[in-house]
Structure formats: C-alpha cells, structure tokens
Design a protein around this ligand. Structure first.
Ligand SMILES: Cc1cc2nc3c(=O)[nH]c(=O)nc-3n(C[C@H](O)[C@H](O)[C@H](O)COP(=O)(O)OP(=O)(O)OC[C@H]3O[C@@H](n4cnc5c(N)ncnc54)[C@H](O)[C@@H]3O)c2cc1C
Length: 530
C-alpha cells in the first residue's frame, strides 16, 4: 500500500495543539494533560516504533528520474544556503532541495566570535571563557567539541559572508550594546547585523548561487535517504510538485539542513519538556519545518539528542500577530494572583521559563501613566511600546483602569494583594535597591499615578534547536558514536549544541551555528576537511 510522506502524516493543525480555557484577557492557556503526558527517552521511543515508519515507502516505479550530484543540500534556510554556496565554491556539483516555494529567512542577529566586524569595533572575547560559559549554561549536557567548533570557526564564516555580501551593498555591523546585561547574564556582543537583515542576506546569496550555475529546486522536499544496510548514505529521494519522485545520487554527501520540528505537534510533544509546551502560539512564520531531516536520519540509523530537547521560547504581550511588546522590559511583573515572582530583568527565554511554571502560565506587566518617562523616554523601544500599547488595550491584550482597585478587578486579582505588591515595589524603586529580587534599582519603574496598565504576558515558541548527533566535521553519528559516511547535518536539524534553555545572552548563536555548521559541513563533504 502506498504511504504518504512524513510531512503530510504530521499535518495536524498547530492551532489544535493549543487549548484555551476561556476567551479574553483573563484566560489561561494550557496544554491538555494528555499532550503533556510522557517523555520517553530516545532508546525507549525507538524501541516502541519502527524508525522506517518515519519516512514513506516509495515503490521504485514511482521514481520518475535519477540525477547525480556531488552534494545534495536538503533545505534552503540560512544553514542550507551557506552549505550550498560553500559546496559550489569548493568545486562540488551541488543540488539544493527546498520544500517551500522560496528560501527561508528570519531575524537579524547572526552570532559569531571575533570576526573582522568585532575587530573593527574593538570587541574581543576570550575563547576558553566563552566556551566555559556555554558549557555551564548547558550544564555540560552538550558536546564541547561542537561549541568549540562554533567559537573557533564562526568568525571566519561571517568574514566569508562579508566578503561576498559587502560588494553587493550589504554591510555588516556589530549588534547589541556596550553595557547591556540581561539580568544576571552578561551579554556577549556576538551578533553581526546586515543591511536589510537576513532577508537581504538570503536573497543575495541565492543570486550568487544562481550566478555560479547552482541547481536550486523549490517545492521539492527530500523525503528519504538512500543507504544500504550499514553502508554510506548515497543519496536522497525527493518529491516534486506534481507528486512524482526523483532520486538524486550524491557522490560526496547529503547535508540535512531542513530546520527544526517546530511545526510538528507530534514531535514537539514527544521531544520537549512539558513546561516548554505551555505556549500561546508559535512565532515561526515558516510552517514547513516538520522535522523531516530528523526523521530521515533516524530512519537510517542516526542518533538524536535525548529528550527533553531545547526549544527557543520567548514571552510577550498577547495580541493578534504580535508578540514582542514588553518582551525585553525589566518592569514590574506579577503572577495571576498579583504577586511579584522573579527578577524581571532577564532575557526573554529565561523569562519564559519563569512564566511557564506560574499558576495559569502567564504574568502581568504593570505600568502607570508615567512609565515612559526617564532616561529611555525617547528610545526606539519606548516609542514602539507607546505606539503599541493603545492598540493592545483595544484588542483586549492589555487592561487599563484609573485606580489599582479597578485594575485588580479587571485582572481578577485580589486588590489587597496587588496593592501590597505595588506598595512594596514602589518602596524598593524609590530606594533604588531591589532587596527582594535583585533588579538593578535604576531600571525599576514605580507604579504610582493612574491610569494604570496591566499587560498580559504569555509564552511563545520560535524554533526547536535539538537534533541529530554530529561530530565536529558535522558528520551524522549512529548510536555508537560512529560516523554514518556520506551524511551531514547542520543548523536546527543537528544536535549536541543546546542544553536546557537557549543561551539568548550569547546573541545570535542560533543563526551563528546554522551559518557556521552549514559551511563546515559542505567543506568537509567536498574536500574531506573543514
Ligand atoms: C521570528 C524569528 C526570529 C528569529 N531571529 C533570530 C535571530 O535574530 N538570531 C538567531 O540566532 N536566531 C533567530 N531565530 C532562530 C533562527 O531563525 C533559526 O534557528 C535558524 O533559522 C535555523 O536555521 P536553519 O537553516 O537550521 O533552519 P531554517 O531557517 O528553519 O531552514 C530550514 C529550511 O528547510 C526547509 N525544509 C524543511 N523540510 C524540508 C525537506 N524535507 N526538504 C527540503 N527542504 C525542507 C524549510 O522549508 C526551510 O526553508 C529566529 C526565529 C524566528 C522564528
């Protein structure tokens, strides 16, 4: 019997993944207990299921054409596009397959260490200290060799991009700011930004690939790897737009750069920790990252990170199509009972962790009418929040009231508790010393003069960042740690790199890994060395 491919098997609506208990601003978002139950370890999970079932069985008769290449790159996100160009530049005949109708660009922070951009800005990081920071943040549940590969090779990867992009008018600059901290975390100014952000970067790289005669096939998802027994991976089968299949033999290797599985509710449930599933919505615009590379790898004997995996989460105010309001603010936050609960001055990933274990899994940011006054009064961020806040009140994602009593009523919070919290917070803010939670006193904003605002803050998900086990040449490994010859993984399809929580204070490390590892995978596949 003909089976469907893995993406359609996983085609459960992301909306069905989230259950709201009630509508409106007071509603809590919870995952059904059924969804939260059970987090089998990899060994258990694989014992329960036949990995072959993770990919479709394709009768030979359905393969319309056989092509050959040196290298096949699966997925044209930022990792795949860097892999494709690197492979072509290394002289490899390369075919890039992309599931969607276009390449996939997001964001703007591309992390790297000690690139030429850093040198020009006079910023230098100690290699060993940064590796140690990342190891400690991950509690050593990661492969230090991979962190070292990123720290040692990411600067040269960004310089490689710079040499190709700056002649096209895409200038590189250092992201972040000199003195920034994210609560208790030191900020690493590892992010490089580009004119036109990553959308421009991707568009220019695609043009360069085409100028070099690169073969890019959109709407042609890879569905299955070719491997005989314990031999090398020799190619891939892909589905064309008309439903027919092609086989591509790859002499030097297949690079899986198909992103995460953040659009597969089944995989999210299977591999993530329950508290990470307490999300209001997914923020990834791309709906095609359904873990295809992970499943194709598992089906031919690759090993994967053990659950619970790492998901980049964040939190912010809830309104349609908008999640960034108060995402970065250190202002007063209270739980659903009106109590302060955390040092508010952390990055959005760590803030999401704290939110996820609250009663009803959300918090409120409380502001008064003078919230925008002070040294940051005219900052880009303050102006942005000002513009948005009105709209949020209109959409019901933020509440406003003339008095704290009224506000508490609207929040369904005991007014006595809320007023006690605010009184204590104001006292600490006045003395510029947060004796309770340790926020820098200069950043605290007293809540004194109405009208008051309460902005509901919930969690969202960006992308999953755990995956297939690889070595420092990006070669995929089996459960015994042996190389599966001919198979590479990079970016969010690869694993061993992120632990419990995304280290957001090392700016842009997710794109940085994707760029660097895509490039290294291609170089190794093409030349045998990175
Ligand atoms: C809104 C948003 C903003 C972000 N901003 C930042 C930031 O500023 N800095 C940062 O470091 N990180 C950021 N991230 C995270 C970052 O974008 C990802 O971690 C990064 O894009 C991963 O790159 P990738 O190439 O591995 O995967 P992706 O960029 O997800 O690309 C994977 C590609 O593979 C394709 N694909 C999937 N399955 C198949 C298949 N079977 N065959 C062929 N193609 C397939 C997909 O369509 C996609 O084009 C952001 C994420 C989001 C959602």
């Amino acid at each position: 019997m003909k089976k469907t491919d893995s993406s359609s098997k996983q085609g459960v609506s992301r909306r069905t993944f989230i259950k709201r208990t009630a509508a409106g601003v007071g509603a809590a978002t919870v995952m059904s207990q059924g969804l939260l139950a059970g987090h089998p370890g990899q060994t258990e999970a694989r014992a329960e299921e036949n990995p072959q079932d993770l990919v479709p069985q394709i009768p030979v008769g359905q393969i319309r054409e056989t092509l050959s290449a040196d290298i096949v790159v699966v997925g044209l996100g930022i990792s795949g596009i860097c892999a494709t160009l690197s492979a072509i530049e290394a002289g490899a005949k390369t075919i890039a397959l992309e599931k969607g109708a276009t390449a996939n660009a997001r964001g703007f922070d591309d992390g790297c260490v000690n690139s030429s951009v850093h040198k020009e800005a006079g910023v230098h990081y100690d290699r060993d200290q940064l590796i140690a920071e990342l190891m400690v943040q991950a509690n050593y549940r990661v492969d230090q060799r991979l962190l070292t590969a990123w720290v040692d090779h990411s600067g040269e990867a960004i310089d490689w991009l710079r040499a190709r992009l700056e002649p096209k008018g895409v200038k590189a600059s250092l992201g972040g700011s000199e003195s920034a901290t994210e609560g208790p975390y030191k900020v690493y100014r590892t992010a490089v930004n580009w004119t036109g952000q990553n959308a421009r970067l991707m568009a220019e790289l695609e043009k360069i690939i085409r100028e070099k005669g690169g073969d890019i096939r959109f709407e042609t998802p890879a569905v299955k790897l070719l491997r005989e027994g314990s031999g090398p991976v020799t190619g891939v089968i892909a589905r064309q737009k008309d439903g027919s299949y092609i086989r591509i033999n790859a002499k030097k290797g297949v690079i899986l750069s198909s992103g995460g599985y953040d659009n597969s509710p089944e995989m999210m449930k299977k591999y993530l920790r329950p508290s990470d599933l307490r999300i209001e919505r997914f923020n990834s615009k791309n709906t095609l990252c359904t873990g295809d590379g992970h499943n194709m790898g598992l089906a031919i004997g690759a090993a994967m990170d053990e659950p619970p995996h790492c998901l980049i989460t964040g939190n912010g105010a809830v309104a349609k199509d908008e999640f960034y309001l108060v995402m970065f603010t250190p202002w007063l936050r209270v739980d659903a009972l009106g109590r302060r609960y955390v040092n508010e001055d952390s990055d959005y990933c760590r803030a999401a962790n704290a939110n996820a274990i609250l009663p009803r899994f959300f918090s409120w940011t409380i502001l008064d009418s003078r919230w925008s006054e002070g040294p940051e009064a005219d900052s880009q961020y303050t102006n942005y929040v000002k513009r948005q806040l009105e709209g949020y009140v209109g959409k019901g994602a933020a509440l406003t009231a003339a008095t704290l009593d009224e506000l508490a009523k609207k929040m369904e919070v005991d007014p006595v508790v809320l007023k006690a919290t605010v009184t204590r917070y104001n006292e600490l803010a006045k003395n510029k010393k947060d004796l309770d939670f340790g926020v820098d006193g200069e950043k605290m904003k007293a809540v004194e003069k109405g009208p008051f605002f309460a902005i509901q803050v919930r969690n969202f998900a960006l992308v999953s960042v755990s995956g297939l086990r690889i070595n420092e040449s990006m070669q995929v490994l089996d459960a015994d740690g042996r190389v599966i010859s001919g198979l590479y993984a990079s970016g969010n399809t690869s694993g061993g790199f992120f632990g419990d929580t995304y280290p957001r204070n090392v700016h842009g490390i997710s794109h940085g890994r994707a760029i660097t590892f895509g490039r290294l995978a291609a170089r190794h596949a093409a030349t045998g060395k990175i």
